[in-house]
Design a protein around this ligand. Structure first.
Ligand SMILES: *Cc1c(COP(=O)(O)O)cnc(C)c1O
Length: 372
């Protein structure tokens, strides 16, 4: 096998999606599977759809274009506000886009007229996290503008919290979004069909509340892919945290002093490294580095510790593990490490299968195939 590589267990992606879909469906909430951390992988998107995701979202139009070209039949949503310069491409590629800017909406309208299609628009509302979003006082007016633009259909409202500032999506925030939905419906005179309440950070609220209000969709990436929730980075009960494994090859194993010697300046990344103290370390170097993974988000097997990372080397204390040159070491990844690994041209991906996980009933809806 080539190294470094990312081993992807698609059954676990499907399992995690199914588990979340089954828990949210009784609450009237659909799941859009967010594929952006996997570079818009067709196989991962298909695994999400197999698990019951009602559509696929991605922040990059290039990723959605790849899914579209692969014959994706599920609705595709661009979850980052479109670039003005990409309006034509967004309308051609995405069924839905999340928006905040009138000038972009005008360009999407022109593009939709040009392509003789209807493009669905969700307006994103600023509820305190201070990333994308329209001020609440401006939402109804902008909704009126969208409703009047030819080629566009105002599909709904959404919000995104816990991304820039870690603001928690709680009952109060979701109630504000629901209240705005009612105001917009009164203004445009028809019901909205998408009320997308947020990302994996919304799961605590969505699974705990007894009043989801008008929220009928969540956009889930991290929880599906890694089985964790972003507010406290804890595993979610019933989900698998091992769908993705990064594998690197060992290129040196030596016993070395824990303490470096000589006059000490900064290392290659501008840190002044901590001296290691007395004693010896059984140290291995894995042929992977900051170009390929966020070393802070890569967890080696129990009993090993990451000591340091440069662009191309990951230095590990391998403890009592029996490690030799040429061996492979597997790492669990957090979201940041997964994104870096997926986007490194040096890391290949491979599908792995394991013995069947607990038998969840699957509802085979192929992402690829005749329907597109
Ligand atoms: C990344 C992203 C998501 C998915 O977030 P997760 O925490 O991975 O579930 C949802 N919505 C938007 C707008 C995003 O940028």
């Amino acid at each position: 096998m080539t190294a470094p590589r990312l081993d992807v267990d698609l059954d676990l992606v499907t399992h995690n999606t199914r588990s979340l879909v089954d828990r949210l469906a009784p609450r009237g909430i659909r799941v859009t599977g967010v594929a952006k951390a996997t570079l818009g992988s067709r196989d991962v998107a298909a695994a999400m759809v197999l698990g019951g995701a009602s559509g696929i979202g991605d922040s990059r139009i290039e990723n959605l274009a790849r899914l579209r070209a692969a014959g994706a039949a599920a609705p595709l949503t661009l979850i980052r506000s479109p670039m003005l310069s990409q309006a034509e491409r967004v309308v051609r590629t995405a069924d839905v886009s999340l928006n905040t800017e009138a000038v972009v909406l005008a360009a999407l309208s022109t593009a939709a007229l040009h392509q003789v299609v209807t493009h669905d628009v969700v307006l994103m509302v600023e509820l305190g996290d201070l990333r994308e979003g329209i001020a609440t006082v401006d939402v109804v007016d902008l909704a009126g503008v969208v409703a009047a633009l030819p080629g566009l259909r105002l599909a709904g409202l959404g919000t995104n919290l816990a991304c820039r500032s870690g603001i928690v999506p709680d009952q109060d925030k979701m109630d504000q979004l629901s209240a705005l939905v009612e105001l917009v419906e009164a203004r445009v005179g028809r019901p909205l069909t998408i009320v997308t309440g947020g990302n994996s950070a919304n799961l605590d609220w969505a699974l705990g509340t007894n009043d989801v209000g008008r929220i009928d969709e969540l956009r889930l990436g991290e929880s599906i892919l890694l089985g964790t929730e972003p507010l406290h980075r804890q595993p979610i009960v019933g989900l698998r945290t091992d769908a993705f494994t990064l594998v690197a090859e060992v290129i040196e194993v030596q016993t070395k002093p824990a303490q470096a010697w000589g006059a000490t300046g900064q290392n290659a990344f501008g840190d002044t490294p901590l001296r290691g103290g007395p004693g010896l370390v059984r140290q291995a170097i894995a042929a992977i580095g900051r170009q390929d993974v966020d070393p802070d988000g890569a967890t080696p097997p129990d009993g090993m510790t990451v000591l340091a990372a440069s662009s191309d080397h990951l230095v590990l204390d391998v403890g009592d593990h029996d490690v030799a040159v040429g061996d492979e070491i597997s790492f669990r990844l957090d979201y940041s490490a997964l994104v870096r690994a997926m986007t490194s041209p040096f890391v290949s991906t491979s599908r792995v299968t394991r013995p069947a996980i607990d038998p969840v009933p699957l509802d085979p809806v192929p992402l690829t195939g005749g329907a597109a």
